[in-house]
Design a protein around this ligand. Structure first.
Ligand code: ZN
Length: 222
């Protein structure tokens, strides 16, 4: 039976907005650099031709990369070697709510739609206050901006769960940073040395997370 929604879908522009792709349609999308909206490079129902297009287009572009996805259950999925949906893709055809396209920046408020490394768009508002004594303070607020999920304050990406705000508390971290800024003496040249920061703390290596006191680490390896 026809419902009101079925009639709506007769209008091409409405239908495209609700559901621009067809079930089991293959899409070759640009996965890097990312854009606010999905960049579809090729659409096809034929797995082999979509797959070979993906390989060619990746060879032809040095600064962009492309991935093959399949549209299934209203979502994009990665594709297994037989062309079937494998797992939910991190990239989706995100729909940003209309209100986030309105200009909202003022002298002391900067707002924009950002994109997480996984393709998820979110909205950031940076408010800068200047006190009477001339001191700056800033407040960053991140929120969801999708049609079906917006205005919700977030600090992690709802799609891939990566941290979107890196806390920089200068007063507290200053001493730590000075100490660990360069490679610790005991670790210079060691294969186990890792030295990456996670949430403001350096993971020195997998064996001694906080490093080795002194110059001769028992696990030094070259
Ligand atoms: Zn993400």
């Amino acid at each position: 039976m026809d419902t009101l929604k079925d009639f709506l879908f007769l209008k091409a522009n409405v239908a495209a907005e609700f559901n621009p792709f067809d079930e089991r349609e293959y899409l070759v999308i640009q996965t890097y650099p990312r854009d606010q909206s999905l960049r579809v490079s090729k659409r096809s129902f034929d797995y082999e031709s979509a797959k070979s297009y993906e390989i060619i287009v990746n060879m032809a572009h040095d600064c962009s990369s492309f991935g093959l996805r399949i549209f299934h259950n209203s979502k994009l999925w990665t594709v297994d070697f037989e062309g079937n949906p494998e797992s939910i893709s991190l990239e989706q055809d995100w729909k940003i709510a209309e209100k986030y396209f309105q200009p909202c920046c003022t002298n002391d408020v900067e707002c924009e739609v950002n994109i997480c490394q996984c393709s998820y768009p979110y909205f950031s508002t940076l408010r800068v206050d200047i006190s009477d004594t001339g001191e700056y303070s800033s407040h960053l607020r991140l929120e969801t901006c999708l049609v079906d999920d917006n205005s919700r304050e977030i600090d992690h990406c709802p799609n891939c769960n990566c941290a979107l705000i890196v806390e920089e508390d200068e007063d507290e971290d200053e001493d730590d940073l000075d100490e660990t800024e360069s490679t610790p003496l005991a670790c210079i040249g060691c294969d186990n040395y890792h030295g990456q920061y996670y949430g403001g703390n350096m993971l020195v290596c997998g064996i001694h997370a906080r490093g080795w006191d002194g110059e001769n680490c028992p696990d030094y390896q070259q």
